[in-house]
Design a protein around this ligand. Structure first.
Ligand code: CA
Ligand code: CA
Ligand code: CA
Ligand code: CA
Length: 575
């Protein structure tokens, strides 16, 4: 373990939750609503509703599915990335895609991964060939991050028995540098070929270089597939039929190469069936922690101690849902939902399992509030893959978008295979959610087996738009057309001492209406990646009194009296 994997930082000061305050006063009674540290006055249930408008895009996920002999990977594809690859200020879209399931090779043009350049005015142009991003294998997930800090965003593509690191050359082209970087370790000497569903860029040791976490799913191979029947017809098996895999952690050496530190960091020992990676510093000690959802198994919470990761999910209350059962944990978003400064955890699962939510209790433990927040009832009949916490109506409270669909392929009694997407409006101080599907315009596309979702402001109007994928069905761009003249501020980070993307930076925004928190991460949704400025809805406030940025380097930067309704680029100060 390199010695530089250590940089103690003092916790954020001045953040005291209501629970902490109560604890200080010796109060044992806990509020039934969320412990709001601050309440933007603008939030109210009667505020403008969230509305999306469907825009088509010429892409569909090709899985090579055959229900005569279903093969597990064909149910799990669909990672998508939103990122500005050519630095023109407009976010572009990259779709991962499948291949021949038997050979895991892209033997037809229909299997090509695709890069769509955003040319403005709603035009997306397919530039896959020029960019060199067609790919070769059965690709599942994608992670965006500028690993060499040259200002151009690079791509890691995670696949079934294969993976690729693409270096962005800055001229619209990418180069496959996987081998040179030492990231071709998909064939594990102990566990065999790995099926990587997703990955996350995160600076684990705060040295200014993004490290890479690769999340692996089941041990699978084509020749020995399990067949599971239902009324004499086959469908996808549950994960219980497959063995777990180790995940991988690669330390960025700063010279274009990476070192596998999975074992030394305490990651490899925890075999899992990983589906989602949430990245946040949940205890505000300045070090990035990781939350992993595992499919029909315990979740993992990897606490970063500065020298390694300690798995603390059960002791922190997030290892299982509150009834103690395993659920099909899918994607995750690890963000502050109630604006108390502590990142909360939102995951999604299948029908009848609900979408679990854990409230971070001052960085010490988590309480599951799925029932308390109303989410249990709202999501009971839903299956989800990708959750994303963004303030879609810019009222100061992060809402939850979920790309929905069932993992199985054949309809069964009481089970919807193809589903609409849903957005859950955060009702602010009440701690409740409002589910919007048809009301939000999301029935404009037919129900589908939705998988990936990624987020960004495609048209620069300050409203966060969404792109979703679906198996063997058209991808969907959801342009945000929410009504009302709510104000907003996008904070685009430019790290100097910290990593160029500012991944891990915590941004606090204070207006007359209250205080909000968000942080920079690209690991959102299922198998997907969203790289953009840190977004804040400002409600009725046109101005921000204070912005405080806590960079991963430890530098704290403060800006005062900032006008809203724009993208504010902040370069890391000298400290
Ligand atoms: Ca780069
Ligand atoms: Ca931490
Ligand atoms: Ca909102
Ligand atoms: Ca927009």
């Amino acid at each position: 373990m390199p010695s530089r994997f250590s940089r103690p930082l003092s916790p954020l000061s001045g953040v005291l939750t209501r629970r902490e305050a109560l604890a200080t006063l010796g109060g044992a009674l806990l509020p039934l609503t969320w412990p709001w540290a601050s309440m933007p006055k603008s939030a109210a249930p009667q505020s403008p509703r969230i509305k999306f408008e469907l825009q088509s895009v010429d892409f569909r996920v090709e899985t090579d599915e055959s229900l005569e002999t279903p093969h597990a990977p064909a149910a799990m594809l669909g990672g998508v990335a939103v990122f500005d690859y050519n630095k023109d200020g407009r976010p572009d879209i990259f779709f991962t895609n499948g291949a021949n399931i038997a050979t895991l090779r892209k033997d037809s043009p229909k299997y090509s991964n695709r890069l769509f350049r955003n040319d403005g005015n709603g035009n997306f142009t397919d530039v896959t060939k020029q960019a060199g991003l067609a790919g070769t294998g059965y690709d599942n997930g994608v992670a965006v991050g500028d690993y060499d800090n040259d200002g151009y965003l690079d791509l890691f593509v995670a696949g079934v028995h294969g993976r690729t690191l693409y270096h962005n050359n800055g001229d619209g082209t990418f180069t496959d540098v996987t081998k040179k970087a030492g990231l071709d370790g998909w064939n594990d000497p102990e566990y065999g070929p790995l099926w990587s569903v997703a990955a996350a860029w995160v600076d684990i040791n705060n040295d200014g270089l993004l490290d890479l976490f690769v999340l692996n799913y089941l041990q699978w191979n084509y020749a020995n597939e399990h067949l599971c029947g239902f009324e004499n017809r086959y469908d996808y098996c549950t994960p219980n039929f497959y063995k777990a895999s180790p995940s991988q952690l690669y330390l960025n050496k700063g010279d274009g190469t990476f070192e596998d530190v999975s074992e030394a960091c305490g990651i490899r020992q925890h075999l899992g069936k990983g589906m989602g990676i949430g990245v946040a510093d949940y205890d505000l000690d300045g070090r990035q922690d990781l939350f992993i959802t595992n499919d029909v198994y315990y979740n993992y919470l990897f606490h970063n101690t500065g020298s390694k990761f300690e798995e603390v999910a059960l002791e922190k209350g997030v290892g299982l849902v509150e009834d103690g059962s395993f659920v099909s944990g899918m994607g995750v978003d690890f963000r502050d939902v109630n604006n108390d400064g502590y990142p909360d955890i939102v995951t999604v699962a299948l029908d009848h399992q609900t979408f679990p939510i854990w409230r971070n209790q001052a960085g010490k433990t988590f309480d599951e509030i799925t029932g308390l927040s109303g989410m249990r009832e709202l999501s009971h009949s839903m299956g989800g893959f990708g959750p994303g916490l963004f303030d879609f109506d810019n009222d100061g409270w992060k809402d939850l978008f979920v790309s929905r669909g069932h993992v199985e392929a054949r309809p069964k009694p009481g089970m919807a295979i193809e589903q609409y997407n849903t957005v859950f409006r955060n009702l602010g101080p009440t701690g409740k959610w409002q589910a919007l599907t048809e009301e939000a315009g999301l029935t404009a596309a037919p129900p589908a087996r939705h998988r990936g979702c990624a987020f960004g402001d495609f048209d620069g109007d300050g409203r966060i738009d969404v792109v979703t994928t679906a198996l063997l069905a058209p991808a969907e761009i959801w342009m945000n057309r929410s009504q009302g003249s709510r104000h907003w501020l996008d904070v685009a980070l430019k790290g100097k001492k910290s990593n160029r993307d500012g991944i891990g930076a915590v941004v606090k925004v204070v207006t007359k209406s209250g205080t909000q928190y968000n942080h920079m991460t690209t690991s959102v949704g299922y198998a997907s990646s969203s790289h953009g400025p840190v977004h804040f809805g400002l409600g009725e406030e046109k101005h921000v009194d204070l912005i405080e940025i806590r960079w991963p380097s430890g530098i704290v930067q403060t800006l005062r009296n900032v006008n809203g309704d724009r993208v504010l680029t902040v370069e890391e100060s000298q400290g």
